[in-house]
Design a protein. Sequence first.
Length: 176
Amino acid sequence: MIFRGRAPEATVWRRFRSGADGFTFEQNEDGVYEAHIVANAERVVDLLYTLSEHLSPAVDVSVKDTRNGKTWVGEDVALPDMRDAIARLKVPLATYGGIEISIYTADDQLTLTAFLGLYVFSRSDKWLYLLQGIGLEQYIALSEKHWGSQPSMDAPTSALSDAIATMAQRLSLAAV
């Protein structure tokens, strides 16, 4: 018999996560708190979705497609609509990257960079406790993954660009 007894309990996330899942948290000289979160691509996009739940019911949004240079902005976008848009884009965002999304209010900002880095900026330290509460480890410094230009970043991905344009239209974001 290969399996004996009950297997030790472990969540899928803990079992298959990369060892570098964590964040740094610091306060800059302007009094703004900054968290830099490092994890694999799928986890980072999922964290953007999860953390956005803690923003105000109406948010401002900026989306930039770095492949074609198009940018859309919107003010007072309903948070549930924005979260739904992120949920629809999780797989292509994690697969291809190249899209910068910022969701912000007067006090907080979540930014997913084109290279799938996740940053949180805030006027309060509430995000420290939220990040610890979801199981991320706080580090003094994280080793940066300098991805440089990858083939997936340079390749035209019309499916992702079309999905971003559709999202911008659905959320009534204005092209700039």
